[in-house]
Design a protein around this ligand. Structure first.
Ligand SMILES: [Zn+2]
Length: 506
């Protein structure tokens, strides 16, 4: 039984005689019971007719369904009459039923197994993997105009009967379409239910595209593209009288039904995290482009993504310069895979992916590769500034040095630096003085002009600038400490102390 109330009778009758399909009648009766829409249209129609059947003022020619044979004869007659006749939508004649003036066929012939199969085939052909599915739909903008016209049409009559119908209470075509189709498409694709994967269908109806034009002429805002948003806004602005002067109410009967266009598939992002080592002193972390020209042939992110992914966003816990190596346990990174087709990975497959990455280049190495949630990714960035990093630098001194000259460095603890934004990054970072802490240092003598300097610092400390001083922009600096000019020849990141992602036992 349809949840219709006695007061709906006049409305149902008016809608049916205006050329609305059974589901659009339900929408205008504000029925929000999903199961009602899922029933076959001819069944809904039958019940609607029975519902209004005892009303003597019915405008519909007949209220009793005829036999199948009669229905067949009737339906063979063209063109479809403007006045509704119940026999035309008999069970065997649905494909020849007149096109609804409101949904232009979307809730009729497009709400069926044919479209379900077409959508399911598209998704299967693209080999998408997903746990859950949502349906999206794009409708021709003129549906809003037709909806408005019909609403004005029934509103006047309802008002005479002291009834009201709020435009916002009418169930949207989009909503009704999803109620019918969501579970069918999900079922056709293996029983999935909400979210994660989206399959969308776009409907167009060239025949009625001009429905929108008068609106913009009347409002003197000329547009070349009639977006749904623009149409909705225009409908809010135009007066009812003006609308009715230029547009038939109820809307005219179209001769064709909507066409379904592209089926679009969109999978929500999958996140993969891990740690990487960089062994090259001529490898940037991300593609290095200057004025659109490539400066280095590859990058860390491309070497990681290369074998498996093309559409991704790469992020990491800090970054090293192109000439800096990252050793030790490596630097935490995460990749957001965009619209991935493959999203199910077994532990074994992830291990395999990691091996593929590692065997494809000797410039990088990846460990702890794993699937993570979007939320978990935030942990990589949070508290980044408070974390510590350890470095090893090869330092050159202008003045000759003895082993004893650099011993005192080993005793320096918790040295606070004032670092002005380095000259080399000033083009992309605001000028500021940032205090940074060097927790400890140790030196390892090489020869009279070289020594290794191991550093444990607060994350975000500019090590190169601490060594050469950056023209006095970092204070104190190694030049001041040693009282000679000094420079940094090589730098390695020895560890990034961020405890994410969790280690994966080999
Ligand atoms: Zn309809």
């Amino acid at each position: 039984m349809l949840p219709l109330k006695d007061k709906d009778k006049a409305l149902v009758q008016k809608l049916l005689s205006s050329g609305c399909c059974p589901r659009c009648v339900l929408r205008f009766c504000c029925i929000n019971v999903q199961s009602a829409y899922k029933r076959p249209p001819q069944e809904i129609l039958k019940e609607l007719i029975e519902f209004i059947g005892d009303n003597s003022t019915v405008e519909i020619s007949e209220t009793k369904t005829q036999s199948d044979a009669d229905a067949g004869q009737e339906a063979a007659e063209a063109p479809p009459p403007k006045r509704f006749k119940p026999d035309e939508t008999g069970p065997t004649r649905e494909e020849e039923s007149p096109v609804c003036v409101l949904c232009l066929g979307i809730l009729q012939e497009h709400c069926d197994q044919t479209l379900v199969s077409k959508m399911a085939e598209t998704v299967k052909a693209e080999k998408y993997e997903f746990d859950t599915l949502v349906l999206s739909v794009s409708l021709p903008a003129q549906l809003c105009v037709r909806e408005h016209s019909c609403w004005l049409h029934v509103k006047t009559e309802l008002r005479e009967k002291s009834l009201v119908l709020g435009k916002d209470d009418v169930i949207q075509v989009k909503e009704a379409f999803k109620w019918v189709m969501q579970s069918l498409v999900s079922k056709a694709l293996g029983g999935a239910a909400v979210s994660a994967f989206e399959v969308g269908v776009e409907f167009v109806h060239p025949e009625t595209d001009k429905d929108c034009h008068f609106l913009f002429c009347e409002l003197l805002c000329f547009q070349s593209v009639f977006t749904r948003m623009a149409v909705v806004k225009a409908l809010e602005k135009i007066s009812e009288a003006n609308f009715l002067k230029h547009y038939p109410s109820p809307p005219t009967r179209p001769s064709s039904s909507c066409e379904s266009r592209d089926i679009q598939c969109l999978h929500t992002s999958v996140f993969i995290a891990g740690r990487y080592n960089k062994f090259s002193r001529s490898l940037p972390q991300t593609p290095w482009l200057i004025g659109g020209e490539r400066r280095m042939e590859s990058s860390v992110e491309e070497l990681i993504a290369g074998p498996s992914w093309t559409c991704f966003n790469f992020s990491s816990s800090g970054r090293e310069d192109v000439d800096v190596r990252t050793l030790g346990n490596g630097r935490p990174f995460a990749m957001e895979l965009l619209n991935p087709h493959k999203s199910w990975f077994s532990r074994e497959q992830i291990k395999q992916l990691q091996q593929t990455i590692n065997s494809s280049s000797d410039k990088i190495h990846v460990r702890d590769l794993q699937i993570v949630s979007r939320d978990a990714m935030g942990r990589m960035k949070e508290g980044e500034e408070e974390k510590t990093k350890t470095y090893r630098a090869l330092v050159w001194t202008q003045k000759p040095i003895q082993k004893e000259d650099i011993c005192f460095l080993n005793d320096i603890k918790e040295l606070t630096l004032d670092q002005k934004t380095p000259l080399r990054v000033l083009h992309r970072r605001a000028l500021a003085v940032r205090p940074r802490v060097i927790h400890s240092m140790s030196s390892e003598y090489r020869d009279s002009h070289h020594f290794y300097l191991a550093l444990k610092t607060q994350a975000g400390t500019y090590i190169k600038e601490f060594v050469h001083g950056d023209f006095g922009r970092t204070k104190p600096n190694m030049c001041e400490l040693l009282q000679t000019e000094a420079d940094i020849l090589e730098l390695d990141v020895e560890s990034v102390d961020v405890d994410w992602p969790p280690p994966i036992p080999e």
